[in-house]
Design a protein around this ligand. Structure first.
Ligand code: HEM
Length: 652
């Protein structure tokens, strides 16, 4: 009996003892051993802290950085990744920190970055997804490894090859048209473009990759969005294995529920496809990405076959990767174009030069050189990707260091993009000119200096699609609107998986009617170069020409009998519609290659001034005003404009 009692007390003691040894081994012995090994090779970092690693410090730094207001500067790295910024400054380009108990080596030395990314398959495989990431993307292409990756990558490459991309153009255009339709009547009003682009990019990926209507995909997107927020909230939360098995936090329970609902939704979309073939409504599962996945699911060859679980994960991956990133890129590009009016004008000139008022088509898209430069510079300054995750697959001897197996790696691409040693002292300025002679020249042939889409075998499979989509959207907006930043915009980029604007990006569209009636430029001067046939006229060489644009603006044949009335609603559906697609009917800033280079700047200045006045006062005309517009270089009020201001804030 007493032997039994002894056993009853001894067994739990043994279990407890073994668990304690294992705990100390995992939480103390291994971290300290790795730390010592890397420290002795010159790789330093913040000291290991028992259980939490450095996560508490990171959370604090991130919290402090995100609560501080920032100026409208592109030097965003200290705000977006404050811990990396501060530790690189303290410990050097490559440093070691502790994500809980896991050693994570942050790498930003170009040579190491290249070596790691180019050997991503065997030596430096992808990191095992965290529990939250696996709920978001599952075993989709972003996270999967080995043969499964090769099989899924082949499918995805096929979807995004040249000819398929061309076939996607009409679907992208149709989605942009839906967005622009909603913008009609919004001229002069504020539009929050990050949200507009969220809806747009969701619809684009739904139509192109899944052929389904946006409404079907809407629920999936909303849930993926929630999952991504939960995931970034828990990025630096320490997980203690045993405790997490016994007790699941609320975020975990919610993400499990969301993952299950997403799975049901995607399976319904797939089922619809299958039913169509079964009922004879369609003769194949389709040529889009979903069609290829359903085909692979039905493949009788075991080597090509996908399981239903893989199919669902692949759909989640494409829904998320295809939407979140382009959403961010579009929003940041529009912000930069609004701030840098000269580049907005250059881009518009290029777009109207190539497409006129027509919708973009693939041959023209390939010629958008200025737009490509602008997009590359946006990707450098505000690249959606916040880093690439790898792990060390086996002990590796690199040129300068020996890395122990099974530690995590983070390739900090934003560090490289904001590095003055790679980009020069003007690194934080928006200068698309850097890319005038291509990426190779801009980076001085250093492939690690510019990695918005990654490098090596795991490079982004949707890169060309993303660039094409972005170019189509921007072209169609620039054809119709001049964009200016609203005074309501607060600059606060934060990483929520992709780099996002914390408070959205508020824009306003041009006010056109005052420009038509009182456009400052009354005429545009040219000189005939050589004798030329112009319509029915032969113009001799060397004569002076005056283009009377004000006459065009006041022409009843072009504007109707109410030409002299102030009716801003003429422009409710954009300039092209207001002018009946006649570009000469409205040219307050000129037309063609010599269009005013300051168009956007001028509009922005006027809008800010008018907005700030309207916020404070109601304006009425003084009886002293005498209406006498005169042309003194520009159209001016001969006796000034006397107004009476009444304050809106009487208590102020
Ligand atoms: C501006 C837009 C985009 C950016 C900045 C971007 C960025 C990236 C980066 C940096 C990687 C490499 C990750 C790594 O090496 O760990 C990647 C991979 C990937 N991207 Fe994108 N991406 C964009 C758009 C898209 C689109 C539109 C799709 C799909 C429709 C997509 C699907 C994927 C997939 C599936 C992978 C994993 C590829 C593999 O591991 O083989 N991405 N992306």
């Amino acid at each position: 009996m007493s032997a039994l009692m002894e056993l009853v007390t001894l067994v739990p003691c043994c279990f407890f003892f073994i668990a304690l040894i294992k705990f100390l081994y995992d939480y103390l012995w291994i971290p300290l051993r790795i730390q010592h090994m890397l420290n002795s090779q010159g790789i330093k970092g913040p000291p290991y802290r028992f259980i939490h690693g450095n996560n508490k410090e990171i959370a604090k730094m991130r919290q402090e950085a995100s609560s501080k207001p920032m100026a409208l500067t592109h030097d965003i790295f200290p705000k977006v990744q404050p811990h990396i910024y501060s530790w690189i400054n303290k410990y050097g380009r490559n440093y070691l920190y502790w994500n809980g108990v896991r050693a994570e080596l942050v790498i930003s030395e170009p040579e190491l970055v290249k070596e790691i990314l180019k050997n991503s398959e065997k030596t430096f495989p992808k990191r095992k997804p965290t529990i939250y990431l696996s709920k978001l993307l599952g075993n989709g292409l972003v996270t999967v490894e080995g043969e499964k990756w090769a099989k899924q990558r082949k499918l995805a490459n096929y979807v995004f090859h040249g000819e398929s991309l061309k076939n996607m153009t009409p679907a992208v255009i149709a989605s942009v048209e839906t967005m622009l339709e909603k913008w009609k009547g919004q001229e002069g009003k504020e539009i929050e473009v990050f949200n507009e682009f969220r809806l747009l990019t969701s619809e684009v990926i739904s139509r192109t990759a899944f052929g389904s209507s946006y409404l079907e995909g809407e629920k999936v997107f909303a849930m993926l969005n929630k999952l991504s927020i939960i995931m970034s909230r828990n990025l630096y939360n320490t997980r203690i294995p045993l405790i997490n098995k016994l007790w699941k936090p609320a975020d975990m329970l919610e993400s499990e529920e969301l993952a299950k609902e997403i799975q049901d939704c995607v399976m319904k979309i797939v089922k619809k496809r299958e039913d169509k073939v079964m009922n004879g409504e369609a003769d194949s599962f389709g040529n889009d990405f979903l069609g290829l996945l359903v085909n692979a699911y039905h493949d009788s060859d075991k080597n090509n076959k996908l399981s239903m679980e893989d199919l669902v994960d692949e759909c989640k991956t494409f829904y998320f990767a295809g939407q979140d990133t382009v959403n961010a890129l579009l929003a940041w590009t529009v912000l930069l174009l609004a701030i840098h009016g000269d580049w907005q004008d250059k881009a518009r000139r290029e777009v109207t030069g190539i497409f006129g008022n027509q919708n973009p088509q693939p041959e023209g898209i390939a010629k958008l050189k200025t737009m490509t430069m602008i997009i590359n510079e946006t990707l450098r300054l505000y690249g959606p990707s916040n880093g690439m995750l790898r792990r060390v697959g086996r002990d590796v001897q690199m040129e300068k260091v020996v890395l122990p197996a099974n530690i995590d790696l983070l390739i900090a691409n934003a560090v490289l993009h904001h590095d003055p040693q790679l980009w020069g002292e003007d690194v934080h300025l928006f200068k698309p000119d850097r890319f005038a002679e291509g990426i190779a020249k801009a980076t001085n042939y250093n492939a690690a200096a510019f990695l918005p889409f990654g490098l090596g075998p795991r490079t982004c499979v949707g890169m060309t699609f993303a660039a094409t989509e972005t170019k189509i959207v921007l072209s169609m907006i620039l054809q119709r609107y001049a964009i200016t930043l609203s005074p309501a915009y607060v600059h606060s980029p934060i990483p929520i998986i992709s780099l996002k604007p914390q408070h959205g990006i508020q824009m306003t569209m041009i006010i056109n009617e005052p420009l038509r009636l009182y456009g400052p430029a009354v005429g545009l001067l040219r000189k005939g170069g050589s004798e030329v046939l112009l319509g029915n006229l032969v113009l001799p060489a060397d004569i002076d020409i005056l283009i009377a644009n004000a006459a065009l603006h006041h022409d009843p044949q072009l504007w109707g009998d109410n030409v002299h009335l102030f009716k801003p609603e003429r422009f409710a559906e954009g300039i092209a519609k207001a002018t009946n697609y006649n570009t000469t009917a409205f040219c307050p800033f000129g037309l063609g290659p010599r269009t005013c280079v300051g168009t956007t700047f001028a509009i922005m200045e006027v809008k800010i001034a008018v907005s700030m006045i309207l916020q404070r006062y109601t304006i009425s005309l003084s009886p002293a005003y005498v209406h006498a517009p005169v042309s003194i270089i520009t159209v001016k009020p001969q006796h000034g404009i006397q107004v009476i201001l009444e304050s809106l804030h009487h208590d102020a």
